[in-house]
Design a protein around this ligand. Structure first.
Ligand code: DQA
Length: 138
């Protein structure tokens, strides 16, 4: 099974950024652990701060993977463009948030993208990514 994890803006520095919200582990380190744990799977990772680049990756990767795990960061709450791209492609997308967006500021309660995703995992720290991968396995 081939899965890609796409991370949106400001997620490159998890581990340093607001550790009380997002924890102390860097995503590079955590993803290395995930590669070891899911050694039978083909996992790849992409980071982008740019909305248009995330849209491009969604279309480019559509026929090359069995599933997409997306943490769109702040774009989750605003991006009609990413939502429309997910609606247009046929590969399932699982949305991930490290923090529980429903327990934070009210503007994070609006999730523009979640309704067009297969599911959403929010609030389990970086383990949210692991749960998302497992959702494809089970
Ligand atoms: C986030 C939650 C978003 O509200 C925020 O803008 C992020 C990270 C998370 O993983 O908890 O950048 O997507």
């Amino acid at each position: 099974m081939r899965l890609i994890i796409i991370n949106g803006p400001n997620l490159h520095n998890i581990g340093k950024r607001e550790p009380e919200v997002y924890g102390n582990i860097s995503l590079d380190d955590y993803f290395n652990n995930l590669k070891t744990f899911f050694h039978n799977m083909d996992l790849s990772f992409v980071n982008s701060h740019f909305e248009s680049e995330i849209v491009s990756v969604l279309y480019d990767i559509e026929n090359q993977v069995d599933g997409i795990i997306l943490n769109a960061g702040a774009y989750s709450h605003t991006s009609v463009a990413i939502r429309d791209a997910i609606s247009a492609i046929s590969v399932p997308v699982v949305m991930v948030h490290i923090s529980n967006v429903y327990a934070r500021e009210s503007f994070r309660n609006n999730n523009m993208i979640a309704p067009v995703c297969k599911g959403i995992i929010t609030g389990f720290g970086v383990k949210s990514y692991k749960i998302a991968i497992q959702s494809f396995v089970d």
